[in-house]
Design a protein around this ligand. Structure first.
Ligand code: G3P
Ligand code: MG
Length: 244
């Protein structure tokens, strides 16, 4: 079972910061996941929420601020004093950290609340500029964005994210089309996703932080888990010889 560090190494470092990504890049794991939004001046930045309220000392929506304005706040101090001074990373800064590693890089397009017109093109441009087309997986809960990535860059791996289980998921996946399915733990264990795995779908599961939940996934056929605790999961999987 493969391990992707969720929002970087987010259990020990402030999520979606360069500190969290450098720590993830140093681990012998399989991948990393992070979230992107668009600024007022059309820069792709890495942050989970639509607003900076929870993970910085500032207030407001990313879409209403320029990159320069967003860079005026601190994105590490809320987590711990030792990380005060972390900034909001751009997509290209984060991609650059992983370009020379063996980690897969899952870019999650957070366009499910605000539509961010043109975001897919901007993200693809940066991926292509760094030659990372084969290293990335582009996912979203916004399935219009998933379909658009397929249209614009059919060779890049795209993935549809799901909160709930849906029936006929394979037919839906083919229609989008999406190359992979990123599902929650309950969905991963239910009939539609289990059938999808039998039929060859690549399935990854978010967000698994308890070893008891890894045990539930043994023999489920899922390819990977997203976790805030990559080291803990790495040790558990190795010590218990957990395979898919
Ligand atoms: O991409 C998997 C996972 O990150 C989706 O949920 O809210 O943590 O972005 P969230
Ligand atoms: Mg995410």
């Amino acid at each position: 079972m493969k391990i992707y560090a969720h929002r970087g190494y987010s259990a020990k470092y402030p999520e979606n910061t360069l500190a969290a990504f450098r720590a993830a890049a140093d681990l012998p794991i399989d991948g990393v996941e992070f979230d992107v939004h668009l600024t007022k001046d059309q820069q792709v930045v890495v942050i989970h929420d639509e607003s900076i309220n929870r993970t910085s000392n500032g207030q407001g929506f990313v879409k209403d601020m320029t990159l320069q304005a967003l860079r005026g706040f601190d994105y590490g101090g809320w987590f711990s004093k030792e990380f005060a001074g972390e900034t909001i990373p751009t997509l290209s800064e984060v991609l650059t950290i992983f370009r020379d590693t063996n980690l897969r890089v899952n870019i999650e397009l957070k366009s499910d609340i605000f539509a961010y017109a043109g975001m897919e093109e901007l993200v693809l441009k940066e991926v292509e500029a760094l030659g990372m087309q084969e290293q990335v997986v582009i996912s979203s809960f916004d399935h219009e964005a998933v379909a658009r990535v397929a249209e614009l860059a059919p060779n890049i791996e795209n993935a549809a994210l799901f909160v709930n289980t849906i029936l006929e998921i394979v037919e839906y996946q083919e229609k989008l089309p999406a190359k992979a399915l990123h599902v929650s733990l309950p969905s991963a264990l239910r009939r539609p996703v289990q059938e999808a795995i039998q039929r060859g779908s690549v399935v990854r599961v978010w967000t698994i932080n308890e070893v008891e939940h890894v045990i539930l996934l043994v023999n489920s056929g899922v390819e990977a888990i997203f976790t805030d605790e990559p080291e803990k999961m790495m040790v558990f999987i190795k010590e218990n010889s957990v395979n898919v």
